[in-house]
Design a protein around this ligand. Sequence first.
Ligand code: BES
Ligand code: ZN
Length: 600
Amino acid sequence: MAVPLLAADPHSCARPAEAAVRHLSLDLTVDFASRSLHGTATWQLDVQPGATDLWLDTRGLAIEAVTLADGATLTHFELGDDDPVLGRPLRIHVRPGEEQISIRYRTAPDAAALQWLSPEQTAGKQYPFLFTQSQAILARTWIPCQDSPGIRFTYDATVRGPQELLALMSAENPQALSATGEYRFRMPQPIPAYLMALAVGDLRFEALSPRTGVYAEPVTLPVATAEFGDLEPMVAAAEELYGPYRWERYDLLVLPPSFPFGGMENPRLTFVTPTILAGDRSLTSLVAHELAHSWSGNLVTNATWNDFWLNEGFTVYFERRIMERLYGRSYADMLQVLGQTGLHHTIDELGKESIDTHLHLNLAGRDPDEGLNEIAYEKGNYLLLTLESIVGREKLDAFITKYFAEHAFQSMDTAHFVAYLRRELLDRVPGAEEKLQLDKWINAPGIPAVAPPVQSERFASVEAALQSWRHGVAPAALDTAAWSSHEWVHFLHGLPEHISAEQLQQLDQAFGFTQSGNAEILTAWLPLAVRAGYHAADAALAEFLTRVGRRKFLVPLYKALLATPEGTARAREIYQRARPNYHAVSTSTLDTLVGKPAGA
Ligand code: BES
Ligand code: ZN
């Protein structure tokens, strides 16, 4: 049977049915002085009979020359019109049977995927740092490529940088410094362009098990290895759930705090924010999440960004199953309830009838980075939880395992997934289709009524404490001794919207929220302080916003400030100072929200 044709990708100019990339050989020099990468990208191709052109995505790249397989013969190329989001299509003339082309190019100093950090922006403060963030469509700002999640390729790379720095990629990685600053990489498993990744910095490695380990700046490494002590058991739990880990090694790279996401599932080397180094392992579900992407996302990949829920919904479900295996059902249930809080908040924000609350999105003509939201994560997870409640875990787990195995190293769109789910599961369980109401999940707003309630036994003590507090019990007298950060976050979510500064002051005095080293607690606490005008937290807020670049934290904090004229002035003042520390992913959102500072 022919492979079914997947949905077209509205965010890429690639025409893989004419000419598709198969393997990349990258040769790059990292120049911190000019803040640019330069070198060559050599692509091995599959050119179909009768095809005349290879179409690649680029954005902001200076294309210097394109040569044929001999590396010398120049071939004709053309750059199309520039689109602020999609960039410029690069059309390269290819002849029938052409197997390889090389592109000599240079990246722009403001390439959106790249963040060039000065030494002061790192933990060690001595060496500069570079990292990439390619998802969703930023790979094209550092590599001319077919930047569509439905197109996969293998790669090898040579990267040259300053001698004192280590270079790492989403590939087989070095574990020690080279003498020359030159590193060679090999990635034998095919991946889509959004999983291309590079980091260069003062980094060291420490093993956690024969196949897992951590890379971090020297001062961060001991803290990080302690925090991630359960990494090997996590990988083992994931394999027990849904089949073998297909990428050989699984390492973590702890980035400087300006990293714009919590984590990014770059194959073999998950990138993580240092804001999960809470000291008590309380935020490691994020690692379980990125690890789970080694199956949902990296192995079976959303065909386009409209199908993003296939990556993230499965990953959230899988993440919580891993956490349940390691820490028990009552732990995982807390994560489910916190996820539900986020889901309802997102639905309220987007609007109950918004088409952006459908699982299958329509992002054509929009920047996928602005259209991808929590719905894919939590509504996607909720669909799987509902399915679990209908068919039972045994059948669902067998289905998921088979789904990953049968589509490994392929992509999947929503329509083909729906057909597969019906054939392999729903049609075999009488009544399941009627109960689930699949089409409502996928193509309608909000949450279908069939969804089972999500509850947490451990949060009962939080509800009880909130109740006592509302009845006038002093904060210090509340029974909070056994709480983890999750209980605290749930407690903060449960405080009334119109709480007074004086009440916050009492809570702060008893529990020290303003001084918390836990970024999730701070992000739940600080907006309360802003809204109530509790100024004792002002300095902590400004410090957090200038140090941390994780968009998920920045957005609610700036939004809280922007709610009043006085807060707006503070937001603008802080943003002006903090912006140089943020990655383009965060500034593109915040420029719209806060306003781009003059001269930036
Ligand atoms: N793949 C995502 C990050 C992402 C999504 C980058 C869309 C660019 C576009 C990653 O797996 C992720 O979901 N990270 C979350 C953490 C997670 C625990 C929900 C984050 O960064 O907050
Ligand atoms: Zn994810």
